[in-house]
Design a protein around this ligand. Structure first.
Ligand SMILES: Cc1ncc(COP(=O)(O)O)c(C=O)c1O
Length: 440
């Protein structure tokens, strides 16, 4: 290991146990395809696609070259009142990938910004159609929609909310769908739980009145909260209720987008078309930040056609919306997904991945395993009084053994790049099995 030419003090790391990390840093210095290289020159298998984002594996030349070319040609273009060809081409590509008629794209930079954008579009839409009193936003317990004030308000992860005051007013939450008594060790979509969507109608609409509600936002399959797969019929039921009462339905596909469930979007996989889809992460294979919202024409047209000619229609956007380098990365990434048929590959590999994950049933501490496509959650029994400690130790030991997993609470979340080979799936599962034997 080279001597460090930096201190560990000045950087405040996000969503990290800073003191623990700095006492024993885990550093990556390079990455290629399925592997990271550590600063002590070890290869670490990426079982998490970075943070659910490197869907095509690391440092893919086609994407790297496109970024370099774009940087040499047009490094930046003002996002407001000016355009450049790449952002329009990428919008077309995304429109073609999207299910149904989600055929307008608004760009942002992060998943959190995409969520804020979608919530704001929902409010703006309700207002232009004369329903400006519809300001209530509905999320779900355990939902993760990033860390903006919009995202944490509709999100339902207590630790991400508790320090931040009152957040957005007029938000409510549907129940989550996690139930170990009914659904433990389900393969694919659990059979029990569609009726949980009915609470939107029976409790939330009854309480707030539909005429006050703008939109409902959910992850079609929730990732960051620990892999919660939608019960059979659940998303369909949400769609029906939203249609019945004129509520917009937003799918946050920041992690499910770009092949994770075996199609470009989980909306297609589960056969439910929302009114908006947020995306990020995999759109550039995580090389350069880019995110956005796919929007149905009725929403886009209502807002855009409502403003007087020559006037800005939506007072929203970011300096880096549709950044040339980010959209060049996206164009190359979407081309690579297509050329290598990576979404189909995810579909084909899914049964093998499912079997490997479920083979951990019976390992010490494992109380549930759930999966869909190329995502799996393995839930451990927490140590009494120390939530998360057991899984964190599994994470550290796996890293020592050359495998990167992600843990959230006491749940191990696996989401490898879609280029993973079967032998590497075995390595992932075998390492976790070995480590679980050694953990108290
Ligand atoms: C469903 C979902 N929405 C939003 C986000 C936030 O994305 P970002 O960290 O890019 O802001 C995430 C991140 O994991 C996510 O999983």
């Amino acid at each position: 290991m080279k001597p460090r030419d930096y201190s560990l003090d000045s950087l405040w790391m996000p969503f990290t146990a800073n003191r623990q990390f700095k006492a024993a840093p885990r550093m990556f210095v390079a990455a290629k395809d399925m592997y990271f290289t550590t600063d002590d020159d070890r290869q670490v298998l990426d079982g998490t696609s970075g943070l659910w984002c490197v869907n095509a594996g690391h440092c893919r030349p086609r994407i790297v070259e496109a970024i370099k070319r774009q940087l040499d040609t047009l490094d930046y273009c003002p996002a407001f009142q000016m355009g450049h060809p790449t952002e329009f081409r990428v919008a077309d590509l995304l429109r073609d990938l999207a299910p149904g008629d989600l055929n307008h794209v608004f760009f942002a930079n992060s998943g959190s910004e995409a969520v804020d954008t979608a919530l704001k579009i929902a409010l703006a839409y309700q207002r232009v159609r004369g329903e400006g009193q519809r300001t209530v936003l509905i999320g779900r317990e355990r939902g993760y929609h990033g860390v903006g004030f919009g995202g944490i308000s509709v999100g339902g992860i207590p630790a991400n909310r508790k320090a931040y005051g009152s957040m957005l007013p007029r938000v409510d939450h549907m129940p989550h769908t996690h139930n170990l008594e009914k659904n433990a060790f389900s393969r694919g979509q659990p059979l029990w739980g569609a009726h949980l969507a009915d609470e939107l109608e029976s409790r939330i609409i009854a309480l707030h009145d539909a005429s006050n509600i703008a939109a409902v936002i959910v992850e079609p399959a929730a990732g960051s909260t620990g892999v919660l797969i939608p019960p059979v019929g659940y998303l369909q039921r949400l769609r029906e209720i939203c249609d019945k009462y004129g509520l917009l339905l937003i799918f946050d596909e920041v992690i499910t987008g770009f092949g994770r469930t075996g199609h470009a979007f989980a909306a297609e996989t589960f056969g439910v078309i929302p009114d908006m889809i947020t995306f990020a992460k995999g759109v550039t294979n995580a090389t350069i930040p880019l995110s956005g919202v796919l929007v149905r024409p009725a929403i886009h047209d209502a807002i855009v056609n409502n403003a007087p000619p020559g006037m800005v229609e939506l007072f929203h956007g970011y300096t880096y919306s549709g950044h040339p380098v980010a959209t060049a990365a996206a164009e190359a990434t979407l081309g690579l997904y297509h050329e290598e048929k990576l979404f189909e590959r995810a579909r084909e590999l899914a049964p093998y991945f499912e079997n490997a994950a479920h083979a951990l049933k019976g390992s010490r501490h494992v109380i549930d395993i759930r999966n869909y496509g190329m995502m799996a959650g393995i839930e451990l029994d927490p140590r009494p009084g120390k939530p998360g400690a057991r899984a964190f130790e599994v994470f550290l030991r796996c890293f020592e053994k050359g495998v990167l997993i992600r843990v959230t609470g006491d749940i191990i979340a696996l989401s490898p790049p879609l280029i993973i080979e079967k032998a590497q799936i075995d390595q992932l599962a075998d390492t976790i099995a070995e480590v679980l034997k050694t953990i108290d």
